[in-house]
Design a protein. Structure first.
Length: 335
């Protein structure tokens, strides 16, 4: 406190003396002073511990691959020692500037974390452990830096798996062309696997479907209905049509068909000349809310909802009535 320290006496203790007098409480000593008048005074007790540093590291850094702009971790756990050793890192024999606000960070477990990898970060890294008992180093570990090659192209979707004639699932994968991280996970951002819903095809060996049931074709449609009556002026060229049903529905919207192809076909035909032609052969019928063609014949029974449908077309706006009608199938035609 007075700015001047004077050493009156000191003592040197050898390791042999220390080891011979160690007990469960360690080695402790104090300084005692006295005067001719009989006064004595003891100093505070001092403790002496043996410093040491093992040679074997608990964890040494390994060769690591990384990608430009990604991060990397070089793991190191120093050997046991007293006092606990301080860890530093060398790159190609030169000290690494570790700064918590920079790209090089020392973790709580003394691993070296490198953020935003650059090509210049490639090299050999050495973990160094030091205390007053000595210094030991690991073998150099190489950090290899690769260009960011990203993902490969997506592979085709797999076959649709699930119950026949119902909604199933299929998936596709892609490969990360960058080297894996230390945890063997892809070092690319994004998903490696994609899945989606799909329509499981119906078996093709339905040799004897129930009477009136609709059997899907290869393109997802039912069979074509019969051609409708030929409509138009008697003894003239008219038109007739036939329809088929799409038996596949959209994944996101059950009302939206997803078959590829036309659902209604039309062709020219010769309208009969007989005066006994029924009213069903009339070319069109005019309504207060539009002009329509005649209704087609009722379709075969649809097993999806046990109904059959018929359609007509709008010839002149405004067409405010329905263009499609449905009715329950007659008889026990559905399961």
């Amino acid at each position: 406190d007075k700015g001047l320290i004077t050493v009156v006496t000191s003592i040197d203790i050898t390791a042999a003396q220390l080891e011979s007098q160690l007990d469960s409480n360690g080695y402790k000593c104090f300084c005692q002073a006295w005067s001719a008048t009989g006064g004595t005074l003891k100093s505070k007790t001092a403790s002496i511990e043996i410093a040491y540093l093992d040679k074997v590291f608990e964890w040494e850094p390994l060769r690591t691959d990384s990608v430009i702009s990604k991060s990397a971790e070089l793991r190191c756990r120093p050997p046991s020692g007293n006092p606990y050793p301080k860890v530093t890192w060398l790159k190609d024999g030169h000290s690494v500037d570790i700064n918590r606000n920079g790209r090089f960070i020392l973790s709580n477990e003394n691993s070296l974390l490198i953020a935003q990898i650059k090509a210049t970060d490639a090299g050999n890294y050495t973990c160094v452990a030091t205390n007053i008992a000595g210094t030991y180093s690991t073998e150099p570990a190489e950090l290899i830096v690769h260009d960011d090659r990203g993902w490969s192209e997506w592979q085709p979707f797999s076959d649709c798996k699930g119950i026949p004639c119902s909604i199933g699932r299929q998936k596709r994968i892609r490969t990360c062309l960058n080297p894996p991280t230390i945890t063997n996970r892809p070092s690319c951002d994004g998903d490696q696997i994609q899945e989606r819903e799909c329509q499981v095809i119906c078996p093709k060996d339905l040799s004897s479907p129930p009477s009136g049931a609709i059997v899907p074709t290869d393109d997802g449609f039912s069979e074509w209905s019969s051609w409708s009556d030929c409509t138009g002026p008697p003894c003239k060229t008219g038109r007739q049509q036939r329809i088929r049903d799409c038996l596949k529905s959209s994944i996101t919207d059950d009302k939206k068909p997803i078959c590829n192809g036309e659902q209604i076909q039309e062709r020219e035909c010769l309208v009969p000349c007989s005066n006994k032609t029924s009213s069903s052969f009339a070319p069109v019928r005019t309504l207060s809310n539009g002009m329509y063609t005649n209704w087609t014949e009722w379709s075969t029974c649809r097993t999806s909802d046990c109904t059959s449908i018929r359609t007509r077309q709008c010839l002149q706006e405004p067409c405010l009535d329905y263009l499609v009608e449905s009715r329950p199938c007659k008889g026990n035609l559905c399961s």
